[in-house]
Design a protein around this ligand. Structure first.
Ligand SMILES: Nc1ncnc2c1ncn2[C@@H]1O[C@H](COP(=O)(O)OP(=O)(O)OP(=O)(O)O)[C@@H](O)[C@H]1O
Ligand SMILES: [Mg+2]
Length: 486
């Protein structure tokens, strides 16, 4: 009985170019990928590969590095010239750190040493296609920050977001960071407002100066005033010393006014004055001090509605809302859930010393279905809990809280689930393509069986529906189900 192979996610069928001078490897990859529903073009050398790339665009290039006519790195470079966004996976039997670095420098997304573990190869391919699929959604790939996990420095620091909504936010942040304009960051709780504010600061010329955050909702009016403006000695009972407020502490830097919507009417007037005149006075002080600060405010409330209701000053609203940065809710950018989830898995796995922690496909599907009212913070907490409570390396559906496990499946799954069985069917490890070959027919049958079983699971055992999911007639499905004893 074949050991259950890891399940990987892959988007819809793609066009893949396989380049290898070794015929058996070309054919092996072609069979494997064709079986997974992809369209494969196999090239025996660099020249053939480039000719194929000139004819039609591809979704993925998989190339050997060492070939007689040219290197796979050259093929990838050439390919990028024709199709800059083409992801490439390079393979080599002569692996060294140097080759790996060179491969990644040449723009390869990933790098695989031969002989490779088939499941590992499948995972790498599925990830490349998934990334490609997600990047297709973005308006200008490569132009703006795309997240922290791909090893390159990013303008927006550790903010992750590959979909178009976050790409727009990153582009906006980059565009406005250099100015000193006041920014109003809006978005539901947990969408990353403070993170965005910090990114703006870090990208600005004020980056070397302090970023001072203040929660306008956390303090009483008197304390807030003293906190913000500071106070003179003896200004009120208990004011033993003259104290600098946050505005002074943030001198030439940025002040982050969080939960601005919670600010009392009196404080709103005082803040308005700072915004208008760039001057302020310490509590109990007479001297006018200059406020050289950039103000970034944030709120999860609808300030324009508060203005209409008379609970927020209209003049202050216009002063603050100079550059609005609206962060989308996570449910409006579900395409970012996989990359965020994996990022958090990696982070908590590192922090909790759980090397190799991974998210299973069914867990990811559940995450993709959940509505995330608490947005990224909620996702972060769910993953932290899952990593902490899961003794094994694999974070499965069962590691997630009940209310996330049991969300009703959407009518169409967001991505296709592909189960990759092991080719030899005899061991759970050591599945590298064996030099003596392997039983392809049996491998194909294993794959067939996995698909049928998965379709039945998804169709809650209703064969008619499972047949539909696999695009086959009920008769064919019944035939296979019988053959595989399902
Ligand atoms: N784009 C992102 N990529 C990675 N992590 C993120 C991103 N946005 C937010 N986070 C993480 O999510 C959590 C919530 O972010 P943040 O505190 O900035 O949100 P917020 O909008 O200020 O929330 P609240 O309204 O509750 O104050 C933080 O731990 C932050 O690190
Ligand atoms: Mg916040």
């Amino acid at each position: 009985m074949a050991a259950p192979a890891p399940q990987v996610l892959t988007p819809t069928p793609s066009r893949i170019l396989v380049v290898d001078d070794e015929r058996s490897m070309r054919e092996f990859l072609a069979i494997m990928l064709t079986h997974e529903g992809h369209e494969v073009v196999a090239a025996a050398n660099g020249a053939q590969a480039i000719a194929a790339l000139r004819q039609r665009p591809f979704d993925l290039l998989i190339s050997d590095i060492r070939m007689p006519d040219c290197s796979g790195i050259d093929v990838l470079r050439e390919a990028k010239g024709l199709q800059p966004d083409l992801p490439g996976i390079l393979m080599t039997a002569f692996s060294s750190t140097q080759t790996a670095i060179e491969a990644l420098r040449s723009g390869a997304l990933d790098y695989v040493s031969k002989p490779f573990d088939i499941d590992e190869m499948k995972r790498v391919i599925a990830q490349a296609l998934e990334r490609r699929h997600l990047r297709d959604l973005a308006p200008a790939p490569g132009d703006v920050a795309t997240g922290a996990d791909d090893g390159r420095p990013h303008a927006c620091d550790s903010m992750i977001g590959r979909g178009p909504a976050m790409q727009r936010v990153f582009a906006l942040i980059e565009a406005i960071a250099g100015t000193s304009s006041t920014v109003l960051v809006t978005g539901e709780s947990g969408t990353g407002k403070e993170m965005a504010a910090r990114a703006i600061h870090r990208l600005s010329q004020r980056a070397e100066r302090p970023f001072v955050a203040m929660n306008c909702g956390a303090l009483t009016e008197t304390l807030l005033e003293s906190e913000l403006f500071g106070h003179e000695k003896g200004a009120f009972t208990g004011a033993m010393h003259t104290t600098r407020g946050l505005i002074e502490q943030a001198d030439k830097g940025t002040i982050f006014l969080d939960e601005l919507g919670e600010m009392s009417p009196l404080m709103q007037v005082k803040l308005l004055r700072v915004l208008q005149e760039r001057r302020f006075r310490r509590v109990g002080g007479h001297e006018e001090l200059a406020a050289d600060i950039r103000i970034i405010a944030a709120t999860n409330r609808d300030l324009s509605k508060m203005v209409a209701e008379g609970t927020f000053r209209e003049d202050l609203y216009y002063r603050v809302n100079v550059i609005p940065v609206a962060l989308p809710a996570l449910r409006e950018r579900r395409e970012d859930i996989p990359v965020l989830a994996r990022h958090f898995v990696q982070r908590f796995a590192r922090e909790m010393r759980r090397p190799g922690a991974e998210l299973s496909a069914d867990a990811l599907e559940a995450l993709l279905r959940h509505a995330w009212p608490g947005n990224i913070r909620e996702l972060e907490n769910v993953i932290e809990r899952a990593v902490a409570l899961e003794p094994s390396a694999s974070i499965t559906l069962a590691s997630l809280p009940d209310h996330i496990q049991h969300v009703a499946p959407a009518s169409a799954p967001p991505m296709t689930l592909v189960a990759g069985p092991t080719p030899t069917g005899s061991s759970s490890t050591a599945t590298a393509f064996p030099a003596q070959g392997f039983d392809l027919e049996r491998h194909v049958q294993d794959i067939e069986r996995e698909y049928l079983a998965e379709a039945l699971r998804r169709a809650d055992g209703v064969k008619m529906r499972a047949a539909e999911l696999l695009g086959m007639s009920f008769r064919s499905f019944r035939y296979y189900a019988k053959k595989y004893n399902l």
